[in-house]
Design a binder for this molecule. Structure first.
Ligand code: NDP
Length: 324
């Protein structure tokens, strides 16, 4: 028997239960991974509440982990027992051990420890595709990042700075503004109390920014649109404040013939070639020191309820891991 954090119905954090599960032996094409660390992500909250449908319940939550392959099933190529591996976007990570196919697994390079790997795969690969594919940031760009002190936000800010951008980061408190500055933000805006678009136009001499990386959704859509320069990119990649439900494409016209993308990491890592490229670029950024993974919270896996409550109440900063 192993233990896992599962839900039997969608709802609040207390719906998650620490339960015995029978993992069993790997089937055809599968491996059994013993987790050493698990990443906490905001998508876990969307899946727990039912904003994102995860199919049949009960289900083990969690989309990111690191660990060691304990056992390999038939017809598995490229992975053997003893490999140190990590993954993102595969439901079932909140567990001491799990079965999974190898499609989303990558080997962890020697220069990266398991805790860092578990903290960085989902948030770091997201930052990678946002900065290199969704809107390819150019040196000299001044860009806007929402929730700049959060998990994705701190990685985005550091990496954008490394690429030569000037970074404006929106945050929820003065304390988070300091963290965002440490992560490379040149300017910070307290979006709960300040006029974001006004500040952005002041900072950019009236030009606006070519891109807003917006993970907040409902609460910030207008601020993002109003902050963009003509033909700028509104990259709406999350819904921390709730989903955008009433979007009229005419708003893109009115704010200067803007582009909008609603991306997901799954698209940008949809096959082995893309996954290796995105993960490889992230590993290089971390091993070289261009990006640091700031693990600011660590909880026992059994205390995932508290971890969710803290993330939901905006008390976490940087990355968070759960230890089985
Ligand atoms: P974070 O660590 O960034 O936590 C979310 C942050 O959002 C909070 O700390 C808070 O920062 C801010 N926030 C603003 N309004 C609210 C609200 N009403 N309730 C809660 N938080 C709020 O989480 P992650 O780094 O895990 O994820 C960041 C975002 O990126 C999420 O929206 C997530 O869904 C999205 N994402 C999207 C992916 C994709 O491919 N599309 C992949 C990965 C993440 P503050 O107090 O500073 O406002």
């Amino acid at each position: 028997m192993t233990k896992a954090i599962r839900i039997h119905e969608y709802g609040d954090a207390d719906n998650m239960k620490w339960e015995n599960v029978n993992v069993g032996a790997p089937g055809e094409g599968e491996v059994r991974v013993k987790h050493t660390a698990i990443g906490l992500n905001f998508i876990d909250i969307y899946q727990r509440t039912g904003l994102y449908d995860i199919g049949a319940l009960p289900a083990t939550l969690g989309m990111e982990g690191a660990g060691i392959i304990e056992e390999v099933g038939a017809s598995v190529d490229g992975f053997v027992a003893g490999d140190r591996v990590a993954y993102a976007m595969e439901l079932g990570a909140y567990s001491e051990a799990r079965l999974m196919t190898t499609d989303r697994l990558v080997k962890i390079p020697a220069g990266i420890d398991d805790h860092t790997a578990a903290a960085m795969m989902l948030q770091g690969m997201t930052a990678q595709y946002l900065l290199k594919s969704s809107y390819p940031v150019q040196a000299g760009d001044t860009i806007l990042i929402m929730a700049a002190a959060g998990g994705v936000g701190q990685i985005l800010s550091q990496w954008a700075k490394y690429l030569g951008a000037k970074v404006i980061g929106c945050v929820g408190s003065e304390a988070k503004a300091e963290l965002a500055k440490d992560a490379g933000c040149d300017h910070t805006i307290l979006y709960n109390t300040e006029d974001v678009a006004q500040r952005v136009h002041d900072i950019t001499g009236g030009a606006g920014v070519p891109v807003s990386y917006d993970s907040i959704g409902q609460a910030t859509v207008q601020a993002s649109l109003d902050s963009l320069m003509p033909a700028g990119f509104f990259i709406s990649f999350g819904n921390a404040s709730g989903p955008i439900t009433d979007f009229n494409p005419g708003m893109l016209a009115m704010n200067g013939s803007l582009y909008m993308q609603r991306p997901t990491l799954a698209t940008f890592t949809r096959n082995r070639e893309l996954l290796n490229a995105v993960a490889g670029d992230l590993f290089d950024a971390v091993v070289s020191g261009a990006v640091s993974i700031n693990i600011n919270q660590t909880y026992p896996l059994a205390e995932t309820v508290q971890a969710h409550k803290d993330m939901e109440s905006r008390s976490t900063t940087g990355s968070t891991i759960l230890i089985p």
